[in-house]
Design a protein around this ligand. Structure first.
Ligand SMILES: [Zn+2]
Length: 62
């Protein structure tokens, strides 16, 4: 516990940022990830992105 309280003094230097030299984990993708991006993939290959599906709405209207 003592170490945890002691570490709070340097909280400003411990923001939730990530190394700036990371690239997308997708094979063949060399997109540099943002330091604020917690994901291992870029926005294009982010599996949690609903836009990646881009499913068109089919209303079956002929
Ligand atoms: Zn990617």
């Amino acid at each position: 516990m003592a170490e945890f309280i002691y570490g709070q003094s340097s909280k400003s230097a411990r923001l939730a940022t990530h190394p700036s030299s990371r690239t997308c984990s997708e094979g063949g993708c060399s997109t540099t990830l943002s330091i604020y991006n917690p994901s291992a993939y870029c926005w294009l290959h982010e599996p949690l992105t609903p836009r990646s599906r881009f499913s068109p709405k089919r209303r079956l209207t002929r």
